[in-house]
Design a protein around this ligand. Structure first.
Ligand SMILES: [Zn+2]
Length: 219
């Protein structure tokens, strides 16, 4: 009786002591041991990763239509914007509107291309929309110069309309003033003046634009 009990206890003990099978037993060869790590020399000064510089903005591509009567003055308007965005963004001329971000062209006073004022033939120029030129566009944005009207202030008109395409409105003042007094419209604007450029920086979230003095006191 005692011997049977001992055998039973031994059997229970032996079962309890049997090691469990490995949980992931398989037939693969064991992985080779990893090589010992090479000794590393650490610099005495911590190395700080430099964040990558932001990609420079591509130049704004301009097509000044060669049929524009006041061609040179319109080019001067583009050059005025080049002064304003110097060090921030460049402007380049392209040979056709298909390649352009902005296309300046001249239309007759009755072309009625300007939305919102189809009967207004007194405008010197207009644009197809406010803003968008700072971003890439699938098609060129257009500046319309109204022949018979814009010629006396061709540079200011083109500069003003480019300001609209960059996002400025008449509420931004200075060279963007709507219904500008004739003396101001005929004055020699070297480049965009400070107040609207400050507002443009806020609108676009940029800094570094350069302004010129307004040639005449604006209200
Ligand atoms: Zn305007």
């Amino acid at each position: 009786m005692t011997n049977r009990l001992l055998v039973l206890l031994f059997a229970l003990f032996a079962v309890a002591c049997t090691p469990p099978p490995p949980p992931f037993a398989h037939d693969d060869a064991p992985a080779p041991a990893a090589p010992a790590p090479e000794p590393t020399e650490y610099p005495s000064v911590p190395v700080v990763a430099t964040p990558p510089a932001p990609a420079p903005l591509p130049a704004i591509r301009v097509f000044v239509d060669p049929r524009i009567g006041e061609y040179d003055a319109v080019v001067e308007a583009v050059e005025a914007w080049r002064v304003a965005t110097a060090g921030v963004r460049d402007w380049v001329y392209v040979e056709s509107y298909e390649l352009a971000d902005v296309w300046l062209l001249e239309v007759g006073p009755y072309a009625r291309v300007c939305p919102g004022a189809p009967e207004d033939t007194a405008a010197w120029g207009c644009v197809q929309q406010i803003g968008g030129l700072w971003e890439s566009q699938p098609e060129p944005l257009r500046v319309f110069l109204i022949s018979g009207n814009y010629e006396a202030g061709a540079k200011l008109t083109a500069m003003h309309e480019l300001g609209h395409l960059l996002g400025l409105t008449h509420a931004d003042g200075g060279f963007m003033t709507g219904n500008m007094p004739i003396a101001a419209a005929l004055a020699d604007w070297e480049c965009p003046d400070a107040e609207p450029l400050d507002r443009l920086q806020t609108k676009l979230g940029i800094t570094g634009l350069t302004a010129c003095a307004a040639p005449i006191e604006m209200e």
